[in-house]
Design a protein around this ligand. Structure first.
Ligand SMILES: C[S@@+](CC[C@H](N)C(=O)[O-])C[C@H]1O[C@@H](n2cnc3c(N)ncnc32)[C@H](O)[C@@H]1O
Length: 269
């Protein structure tokens, strides 16, 4: 089994817990491009000899960072199942087709690809729920013209400021629509089905999430610390208030719409 975009291993740990309880053994390959999060996964799961780690980036001859092909990471072995939790929405749109082909090529006949994401747009989303990262995109909009932030940007060289702003915009990209994933998977030979579910997040969870250092970069170039945290707390408060007004949140928190995909490669006849 492959966990594509395993991060710190959160989903893998849950999966292994359930399988251990059932007495089912698997070989699990964790794949992720983020060195720091992957180091945490190694801390948590490195003691298990049924778990393997493949960092999915490397440097090409010119020193440029490139993504490794799944086939290379599996050394030609085929997986029965590939899972990808909370990761597909982070794949650039233009990479979805190639990645789907890689998944199809790395599965045995009859193999399965299972994924879920809370930040993919679809006609299935009811008006009472938002995409998972909508509050944090609103935080970005609230802080875009923040006076202290703008004053710091003004002190930077114009091109550096523009680069810094592009970096911040990439933290929570505008969600693409489910048909892009469905088309890419269908073109790669998968048949499948999508289901959905509403998940509630409390105001405290939303605030805790956006204050995670990597994500709190959304307020950059405000320096990490009290000023940045205060600006973010104010902005998430405004964002959640706006969501209450448009009906995607209530007093205690907001509702997010999650999509779940189950896709199969045809078995051999
Ligand atoms: C929200 S985390 C999910 C982690 C884990 N699957 C879980 O459910 O806890 C998303 C993961 O996708 C990885 N990721 C981001 N961009 C990616 C890309 N272009 N290709 C593959 N993985 C990517 C990140 O490094 C991160 O670990």
């Amino acid at each position: 089994m492959v966990d594509y975009g395993s991060g710190t291993g959160g989903s893998a740990i849950e999966l292994l817990r359930v399988l251990d309880e059932r007495g089912t053994s698997i070989e699990l390959v964790l794949v992720d491009p983020l060195v720091s999060w992957f180091a945490k996964a190694r801390d948590l799961l490195g003691h298990r000899n049924d778990v393997h780690f493949e960092l999915s980036i490397s440097q090409d001859e010119s020193g440029k960072t490139v993504f490794r092909e799944l086939d290379e990471m599996l050394a030609g072995r085929k997986a029965d199942v590939i899972i990808s939790s909370s990761t597909l929405h982070l794949i650039p749109e233009k990479e979805l087709a190639g990645l789907s082909r890689q998944f199809a090529g790395c599965l045995v006949p009859g193999g399965v690809f299972v994924w879920y994401s809370g930040d993919v747009e679809s006609g299935m989303r009811p008006p009472s729920a938002a995409c998972l990262h909508d509050p944090y995109r609103l935080v970005r909009e609230c802080l875009r013209d923040d006076v202290s932030r703008q004053a710091m940007l003004a002190k930077m060289r114009e091109e550096d400021a523009a680069r810094a702003e592009r970096r911040v915009d990439r933290i929570f990209p505008i969600p693409f629509t489910i048909d892009l994933i469905q088309d890419a998977l269908a073109d790669a030979g998968f048949t499948g089905e999508i289901s959905d579910h509403i998940v509630s997040f409390s105001n405290e969870d939303a605030e805790r999430f956006i204050l995670v250092p990597r994500l709190a970069e959304i307020a950059a170039p405000l320096i990490e610390g009290d000023e940045r945290d205060t600006a973010i707390r104010g902005a998430i408060g405004e964002a959640l208030l706006h969501m209450r007004e448009v009906g995607t949140a209530s007093e205690g928190g907001y509702r997010s719409h999650w999509l779940y995909g189950l896709h199969t490669i045809p078995p051999l006849r």
